[in-house]
Design a protein around this ligand. Structure first.
Ligand code: HEC
Length: 197
Protein backbone atom coordinates (compact mmCIF):
# COMPACT_ATOMS: atom_id res chain seq x y z
CA UNK A 1 0.00 0.00 0.00
CA UNK A 2 2.97 2.35 0.06
CA UNK A 3 3.28 2.42 -3.69
CA UNK A 4 0.29 4.66 -4.50
CA UNK A 5 1.19 7.18 -1.78
CA UNK A 6 4.60 7.53 -3.38
CA UNK A 7 3.31 7.57 -6.89
CA UNK A 8 0.41 9.94 -6.53
CA UNK A 9 2.34 12.88 -5.09
CA UNK A 10 5.11 12.48 -7.63
CA UNK A 11 2.53 12.45 -10.40
CA UNK A 12 0.92 15.56 -8.97
CA UNK A 13 4.31 17.19 -8.66
CA UNK A 14 5.11 16.35 -12.25
CA UNK A 15 1.79 17.81 -13.39
CA UNK A 16 2.31 20.96 -11.33
CA UNK A 17 5.82 21.34 -12.74
CA UNK A 18 4.52 20.86 -16.22
CA UNK A 19 1.85 23.51 -15.76
CA UNK A 20 4.33 25.91 -14.18
CA UNK A 21 6.76 25.60 -17.03
CA UNK A 22 3.92 25.95 -19.56
CA UNK A 23 2.76 29.21 -18.04
CA UNK A 24 6.33 30.48 -17.75
CA UNK A 25 6.64 29.78 -21.47
CA UNK A 26 3.40 31.64 -22.19
CA UNK A 27 4.68 34.63 -20.20
CA UNK A 28 7.99 34.58 -22.04
CA UNK A 29 6.08 34.57 -25.34
CA UNK A 30 3.90 37.45 -24.24
CA UNK A 31 6.98 39.43 -23.25
CA UNK A 32 8.63 38.72 -26.62
CA UNK A 33 5.47 39.81 -28.46
CA UNK A 34 5.23 43.00 -26.37
CA UNK A 35 8.87 43.90 -26.95
CA UNK A 36 8.65 43.26 -30.67
CA UNK A 37 5.42 45.28 -31.00
CA UNK A 38 7.26 48.22 -29.39
CA UNK A 39 9.96 47.91 -32.07
CA UNK A 40 7.28 47.73 -34.79
CA UNK A 41 5.61 50.89 -33.47
CA UNK A 42 8.91 52.79 -33.36
CA UNK A 43 9.66 51.78 -36.97
CA UNK A 44 6.15 52.75 -38.05
CA UNK A 45 6.49 56.15 -36.38
CA UNK A 46 9.82 56.75 -38.12
CA UNK A 47 8.15 55.95 -41.44
CA UNK A 48 5.26 58.34 -40.75
CA UNK A 49 7.50 61.18 -39.56
CA UNK A 50 9.98 60.86 -42.44
CA UNK A 51 7.31 60.72 -45.16
CA UNK A 52 5.19 63.49 -43.64
CA UNK A 53 8.26 65.75 -43.31
CA UNK A 54 9.20 65.30 -46.95
CA UNK A 55 5.57 65.57 -48.09
CA UNK A 56 5.03 68.86 -46.24
CA UNK A 57 8.30 70.34 -47.56
CA UNK A 58 7.37 69.41 -51.15
CA UNK A 59 3.81 70.77 -50.72
CA UNK A 60 5.22 74.10 -49.49
CA UNK A 61 7.70 74.34 -52.32
CA UNK A 62 5.76 73.07 -55.32
CA UNK A 63 2.22 72.24 -54.20
CA UNK A 64 0.50 68.85 -54.60
CA UNK A 65 1.96 68.29 -58.10
CA UNK A 66 5.47 68.22 -56.57
CA UNK A 67 4.32 66.33 -53.49
CA UNK A 68 2.83 63.54 -55.56
CA UNK A 69 6.36 62.69 -56.78
CA UNK A 70 7.45 62.39 -53.14
CA UNK A 71 4.67 59.92 -52.35
CA UNK A 72 5.31 58.07 -55.59
CA UNK A 73 9.09 57.73 -55.17
CA UNK A 74 9.85 58.21 -51.50
CA UNK A 75 7.03 56.25 -49.83
CA UNK A 76 8.21 52.90 -51.26
CA UNK A 77 11.89 53.87 -50.74
CA UNK A 78 11.41 54.80 -47.09
CA UNK A 79 9.48 51.57 -46.50
CA UNK A 80 12.24 49.54 -48.20
CA UNK A 81 15.04 51.30 -46.25
CA UNK A 82 13.29 50.82 -42.92
CA UNK A 83 12.50 47.19 -43.75
CA UNK A 84 16.16 46.58 -44.51
CA UNK A 85 17.38 48.33 -41.35
CA UNK A 86 14.90 46.66 -39.01
CA UNK A 87 14.55 43.24 -40.60
CA UNK A 88 10.76 43.73 -40.58
CA UNK A 89 8.57 43.79 -43.66
CA UNK A 90 6.83 47.15 -43.48
CA UNK A 91 4.21 48.46 -45.87
CA UNK A 92 1.07 50.54 -46.16
CA UNK A 93 -2.03 49.17 -47.80
CA UNK A 94 -5.73 49.96 -48.10
CA UNK A 95 -9.18 48.53 -48.93
CA UNK A 96 -9.13 51.04 -51.83
CA UNK A 97 -5.45 50.98 -52.79
CA UNK A 98 -3.50 53.37 -54.96
CA UNK A 99 -0.24 51.42 -55.03
CA UNK A 100 -0.36 48.45 -52.66
CA UNK A 101 -3.05 45.76 -52.91
CA UNK A 102 -3.76 44.05 -49.59
CA UNK A 103 -3.31 40.31 -49.05
CA UNK A 104 -6.44 38.36 -48.04
CA UNK A 105 -5.62 38.54 -44.33
CA UNK A 106 -4.78 42.26 -44.53
CA UNK A 107 -8.12 42.88 -46.25
CA UNK A 108 -10.00 40.94 -43.52
CA UNK A 109 -8.22 42.91 -40.77
CA UNK A 110 -9.04 46.25 -42.44
CA UNK A 111 -12.69 45.22 -42.85
CA UNK A 112 -12.73 44.62 -39.12
CA UNK A 113 -11.12 48.05 -38.58
CA UNK A 114 -14.07 49.63 -40.45
CA UNK A 115 -16.48 47.82 -38.09
CA UNK A 116 -14.56 49.00 -35.04
CA UNK A 117 -14.62 52.58 -36.33
CA UNK A 118 -18.39 52.32 -37.01
CA UNK A 119 -18.79 51.13 -33.39
CA UNK A 120 -17.17 54.36 -32.22
CA UNK A 121 -13.51 53.41 -31.62
CA UNK A 122 -11.18 56.37 -32.38
CA UNK A 123 -8.94 55.59 -35.38
CA UNK A 124 -5.70 56.07 -33.47
CA UNK A 125 -6.74 53.27 -31.10
CA UNK A 126 -7.50 50.80 -33.89
CA UNK A 127 -4.74 48.19 -34.19
CA UNK A 128 -4.41 44.43 -34.35
CA UNK A 129 -1.76 41.73 -34.02
CA UNK A 130 -1.45 37.97 -34.13
CA UNK A 131 1.22 35.31 -33.91
CA UNK A 132 0.95 33.01 -36.89
CA UNK A 133 2.94 29.94 -37.90
CA UNK A 134 3.87 30.29 -41.56
CA UNK A 135 5.95 27.50 -43.16
CA UNK A 136 7.03 26.36 -39.69
CA UNK A 137 8.19 29.86 -38.77
CA UNK A 138 6.47 31.86 -36.03
CA UNK A 139 5.59 35.30 -37.37
CA UNK A 140 4.26 38.36 -35.59
CA UNK A 141 1.79 40.25 -37.75
CA UNK A 142 0.76 43.77 -36.84
CA UNK A 143 -1.57 46.31 -38.44
CA UNK A 144 -2.58 49.81 -37.45
CA UNK A 145 -5.26 52.02 -39.01
CA UNK A 146 -4.21 55.30 -40.68
CA UNK A 147 -6.69 58.18 -40.52
CA UNK A 148 -7.44 60.74 -43.25
CA UNK A 149 -6.42 64.31 -42.38
CA UNK A 150 -7.17 67.56 -44.21
CA UNK A 151 -3.87 67.59 -46.13
CA UNK A 152 -4.49 64.06 -47.46
CA UNK A 153 -7.59 65.26 -49.32
CA UNK A 154 -5.40 67.01 -51.93
CA UNK A 155 -4.64 63.58 -53.35
CA UNK A 156 -7.20 61.25 -51.74
CA UNK A 157 -10.27 63.50 -51.42
CA UNK A 158 -13.60 63.82 -53.19
CA UNK A 159 -12.61 66.52 -55.65
CA UNK A 160 -8.96 66.18 -56.49
CA UNK A 161 -7.71 68.89 -58.88
CA UNK A 162 -8.18 67.47 -62.43
CA UNK A 163 -4.55 68.11 -63.45
CA UNK A 164 -3.32 66.37 -60.33
CA UNK A 165 -5.78 63.50 -60.83
CA UNK A 166 -4.48 63.08 -64.40
CA UNK A 167 -0.93 62.80 -63.05
CA UNK A 168 -2.06 60.30 -60.39
CA UNK A 169 -3.87 58.26 -63.06
CA UNK A 170 -0.75 58.31 -65.24
CA UNK A 171 1.32 56.91 -62.35
CA UNK A 172 -1.42 54.56 -61.07
CA UNK A 173 -3.84 53.55 -63.84
CA UNK A 174 -5.81 51.39 -61.37
CA UNK A 175 -6.03 54.04 -58.63
CA UNK A 176 -8.93 53.50 -56.22
CA UNK A 177 -7.69 55.83 -53.48
CA UNK A 178 -9.91 58.91 -53.93
CA UNK A 179 -13.31 59.89 -52.52
CA UNK A 180 -12.15 60.01 -48.89
CA UNK A 181 -13.31 62.53 -46.29
CA UNK A 182 -11.53 63.79 -43.19
CA UNK A 183 -11.83 61.21 -40.41
CA UNK A 184 -12.13 58.18 -42.73
CA UNK A 185 -9.72 55.27 -42.45
CA UNK A 186 -7.38 55.81 -45.43
CA UNK A 187 -5.53 52.53 -44.96
CA UNK A 188 -3.22 50.75 -42.57
CA UNK A 189 0.38 50.02 -41.75
CA UNK A 190 1.23 46.36 -41.95
CA UNK A 191 4.38 44.94 -40.37
CA UNK A 192 5.49 41.31 -40.30
CA UNK A 193 8.64 39.60 -39.08
CA UNK A 194 9.78 36.35 -37.54
CA UNK A 195 9.02 36.43 -33.82
CA UNK A 196 12.15 36.43 -31.63
CA UNK A 197 11.63 34.20 -28.62
C1 HEC B 1 0.61 64.76 -52.92
C2 HEC B 1 -0.33 63.67 -53.01
C3 HEC B 1 -0.60 62.87 -51.76
C4 HEC B 1 -0.92 63.35 -50.53
C5 HEC B 1 -1.07 64.79 -50.07
C6 HEC B 1 -1.15 62.15 -49.69
N1 HEC B 1 -0.96 61.02 -50.43
FE1 HEC B 1 -1.21 59.12 -49.79
N2 HEC B 1 -0.54 58.42 -51.56
C7 HEC B 1 -0.16 59.21 -52.62
C8 HEC B 1 0.50 58.37 -53.61
C9 HEC B 1 1.09 58.85 -54.93
C10 HEC B 1 0.50 57.07 -53.08
C11 HEC B 1 1.13 55.83 -53.68
C12 HEC B 1 2.57 55.74 -53.19
C13 HEC B 1 2.90 54.54 -52.40
O1 HEC B 1 2.49 54.45 -51.23
O2 HEC B 1 3.58 53.66 -52.92
C14 HEC B 1 -0.16 57.14 -51.79
C15 HEC B 1 -0.38 56.04 -51.01
C16 HEC B 1 -0.92 56.09 -49.74
C17 HEC B 1 -1.14 54.93 -48.90
C18 HEC B 1 -0.78 53.49 -49.22
C19 HEC B 1 -1.94 52.63 -49.57
C20 HEC B 1 -2.36 52.74 -51.02
O3 HEC B 1 -3.42 53.33 -51.26
O4 HEC B 1 -1.63 52.23 -51.90
C21 HEC B 1 -1.68 55.39 -47.73
C22 HEC B 1 -2.11 54.56 -46.54
C23 HEC B 1 -1.78 56.83 -47.86
N3 HEC B 1 -1.33 57.22 -49.08
C24 HEC B 1 -2.24 57.64 -46.86
C25 HEC B 1 -2.14 59.03 -46.92
C26 HEC B 1 -2.46 59.89 -45.79
C27 HEC B 1 -2.94 59.41 -44.44
C28 HEC B 1 -2.23 61.18 -46.19
C29 HEC B 1 -2.33 62.44 -45.38
C30 HEC B 1 -1.56 62.49 -44.15
C31 HEC B 1 -1.79 61.11 -47.59
N4 HEC B 1 -1.75 59.80 -47.99
C32 HEC B 1 -1.48 62.21 -48.36
C33 HEC B 1 -0.35 60.56 -52.75
C34 HEC B 1 -0.63 61.42 -51.69
Amino acid sequence: MTKPTVRIPSLLAATALGLASMSAHANANEEAVKAQLQDYKATMQTFGKTLKGELQAAMKEGGPMAAVQICNERAPEIAADLSEESGFTLRRTSLKPRATEPTDWERAVMQDFEKRKADGTPIDEIAWHEVKKVDGEKQLRFMKAIGTEGVCLNCHGQDVDPKLKAEIDRLYPDDQATGYAKGDIRGAFSITAELDD
